[in-house]
Design a protein around this ligand. Structure first.
Ligand SMILES: Cc1cc2nc3c(=O)[nH]c(=O)nc-3n(C[C@H](O)[C@H](O)[C@H](O)COP(=O)(O)OP(=O)(O)OC[C@H]3O[C@@H](n4cnc5c(N)ncnc54)[C@H](O)[C@@H]3O)c2cc1C
Length: 84
């Protein structure tokens, strides 16, 4: 793809952080970088014209680990930490 002069000047010049992929990880990475570097030029490159990975297809459950994982955590971590 050939980019115009304006696209090259505005979007692809003097990039401080380039993130590949606009899934939940890429977007969160961009947000954290913006907090730490308010003036940085942060660009996200996405191969699809919308985010095309798992983030827009998942079931929406917050996963806290299976009961067997949580029980195992009691062997190495205090009860307070496991419950929190
Ligand atoms: C059917 C399904 C159900 C799920 N259910 C759950 C759930 O209930 N709870 C849960 O916690 N997790 C769930 N998950 C897992 C969760 O969705 C993923 O772990 C999470 O979305 C991954 O995020 P990500 O940003 O790492 O990847 P993705 O969301 O896959 O993002 C990667 C992005 O990078 C882009 N990309 C790839 N290659 C390039 C390239 N070369 N150049 C530019 N862009 C590129 C892709 O197009 C995509 O937009 C599920 C996953 C699936 C598939």
């Amino acid at each position: 793809m050939k980019h115009s002069y304006w696209e090259n000047e505005q979007w692809f010049k003097d990039i401080n952080f380039a993130i590949i992929g606009s899934g939940i990880v890429g977007i969160n990475c961009a947000l954290r970088l913006r907090e730490k570097h308010p003036k940085a030029k942060i660009v996200i490159f996405e191969k699809g014209y919308i985010p095309s990975g798992a983030s827009t297809k998942n079931a929406g459950f917050a996963c806290f680990g299976s009961p067997s994982e949580i029980l195992n955590d009691f062997n190495s971590t205090s009860e307070d930490e496991v419950l929190s």
